[in-house]
Design a protein around this ligand. Structure first.
Ligand code: ADP
Ligand code: ZN
Length: 517
């Protein structure tokens, strides 16, 4: 059986699993009966769509929402997956096409409204076509006490019995009574393997810091945790080697790991990491799949991860044993520029690029968060929570300031120089610094020349970084990373909206913090 990750990328266009997805996909693929509770927007559909491709036979998907079924079928078909729906919204032609595909044994996923189960003909058809599993979306509709009760959902249990195939039930409704009812009605009271949401990993301390001598920042973080196993993720292969050497020179037991090494060398590192205490692996994202070391005490990102999903997955390798673990993510304007250009220059179709930019924005939003980081992280995955008390921002709330004026100054400098320059030159204009470039271009005659003197270069760098983080500015790949204004900035430029930023005190709190271990 092929591993799920190539399909995840090739068919669904995702680089990594969302929290919880991988475990659920594995269980469903292996034919277990599964009950999974995931928040809305958490990514439930992948948890049956991906296994459907890995398993034999047709997966019957029962869902009460016709529009949603049609959406999913369209999405799957666009991705090249044979899927069809039998709903009351079908035209006769559509229904005929679905039947023909079923008879020909081509269909992998058949979406069906529960009402269909009332017909004997449907049941006969399902027996004939070789159903491999049943997936039930919105499984709480089986609950007679809930407001979404659908009497036809009660037939699903019969269907499972008649076909004798595994069933995977999904819902966002988590209360215990509903769960019990689902187990009773869909699984005949025999407890399925249950996944109860809860993406929070409260034992993992979260921290982000702007890059300010990143090598030293990583060395300090590692030294404060000397003797404990950790992973440092880097953006490039070359960097893993350089940083592993720096850590070794500093007296740590460290080695590097990346996709350019031959498989034997990689296996050696994996085995050492599993067996040795206190080894640091400096790696690209190639390191991760299949590591199940429970006592990784810390994970550092020397470069910004690719998306909020990757971030969650990578930090999630720490502290699987439930004991305190710590993370530190470094980021700077170069990371933002690099990640943006990777997306823009990639081969993905335009819609996917837009989605990738949005996922990157979500991570940048987390990096520049104004309040509890865990709250922001969980909110992205659809969970609401209280401030956690176990992140850098809960411990040291950032000092905020109304940055409307400097942000407008920066936007004005960008527009007056026609979006041809990067943060360095713009800062020289704003602070009224005399450089050859300023003189040559006549930028000392701009009305914005020197208007931002009250902020020093460092503060401007923090302002530009946060403006990029909020997606007010994007580096233009065709102009060597010159900063371009986005539409998000328009209301601020026009004076219709104010903006609050963090005063960057380049806190070293994350590094100085006494290690939990
Ligand atoms: P729900 O749990 O509400 O049914 P969906 O399955 O519709 O959620 O997924 C919600 C959104 O999350 C969709 O836009 C989907 O494309 C996106 N998504 C799902 N899985 C992933 C993933 N592994 N990486 C990135 N985005 C994902
Ligand atoms: Zn917090």
């Amino acid at each position: 059986m092929p591993g799920p990750s190539p399909l995840l990328r090739d068919v669904f266009g995702f680089e990594t699993f969302r929290p919880g997805q991988e475990e659920i996909v594995d269980a469903v693929t292996q034919g277990e009966n599964v009950l999974a509770i995931m928040p809305t927007g958490g990514g439930k559909s992948l948890c049956f769509q991906l296994p459907a491709l890995l398993r034999d036979g047709v997966t019957v998907v029962i869902s009460p929402l016709i529009a949603l079924m049609r959406d999913q079928v369209r999405g799957l078909q666009e991705a090249g997956v044979e899927a069809g729906a039998l709903t009351s919204g079908n035209t006769q032609d559509e229904t005929d096409a679905v039947w023909a595909a079923l008879e020909a044994g081509r269909l992998k996923l058949l979406y069906m409204a529960p009402e269909r189960l009332a017909s004997g003909a449907t049941l006969g058809m399902l027996r004939r076509i070789g159903v491999g599993m049943i997936a039930v979306d919105e499984a709480h509709c089986v609950s007679q006490w809930g407001h979404d009760f659908r009497p036809d959902y009660l037939r699903i249990g019969e269907l499972r019995r008649a076909l004798d195939v595994p069933l995977a039930a999904f819902t966002a409704t988590a209360d215990a009574e509903t769960r019990e009812e689902i187990v009773e009605k869909l699984f005949d009271g025999i407890a399925p393997r249950s996944f109860l949401g809860g993406f929070d990993r409260p034992n993992i301390h979260l921290a982000f810091t702007a890059k300010d001598g990143p090598r030293r920042q990583i060395l300090d973080f590692a030294s404060a945790r000397r003797g404990h196993s950790g992973i440092v993720y880097c953006g490039t292969r070359a960097k893993t080697e350089a940083l592993a050497k720096a850590l070794s020179d500093d007296g740590h037991s460290a080695c590097f790991y990346h996709g350019g090494m031959d498989s034997e060398d990689r296996r050696t590192v994996e085995t050492r990491f599993a067996r040795e205490d206190g080894l640091i692996v400096v790696a690209t994202v190639a390191f991760g799949m299949g590591i199940d070391k429970p006592d990784i005490r810390w994970v550092a990102h020397a470069d910004l991860p690719k998306s909020i999903e990757s971030y969650y997955q990578e930090i999630g390798r720490a502290g699987r044993d439930g004991a305190p673990a710590e993370t530190l993510t470094l980021y700077g304007p170069d990371d933002i520029r690099l990640r943006r250009s990777q997306i823009d220059e990639g081969l993905a179709p335009p819609e996917r690029r837009t989605a990738d930019h949005a996922r990157l924005n979500a991570l940048l939003g987390l990096a520049e968060a104004l309040g509890c980081r865990r709250q922001a992280l969980l909110a992205y995955f659809g969970e609401t929570s209280e401030p956690c008390g176990n992140c850098d921002l809960c411990e040291t709330p950032p000092e905020l300031f109304d940055a409307t004026t400097p942000v407008r100054m920066a936007l004005s400098a960008i527009l007056r120089t026609e979006e041809w320059f990067g943060a360095g030159h713009l800062t020289d204009i704003l602070t009224g610094t005399e450089t050859d470039r300023i003189r040559d271009r006549g930028h000392d005659r701009l009305p914005t020349y020197g208007v931002g003197k009250e902020y020093d270069k460092r503060q401007w760098s923090a302002i530009f970084r946060q403006m990029m983080g909020r997606d007010l500015l994007r580096p233009d790949a065709e102009r060597h990373g010159a900063l371009k204004m986005t539409d998000t900035a328009l209301p601020i430029l026009r004076g219709e909206q104010t903006i609050t930023l963090r005063r960057d005190v380049l806190r070293r709190a994350a590094q100085q913090r006494r290690p939990a271990v």
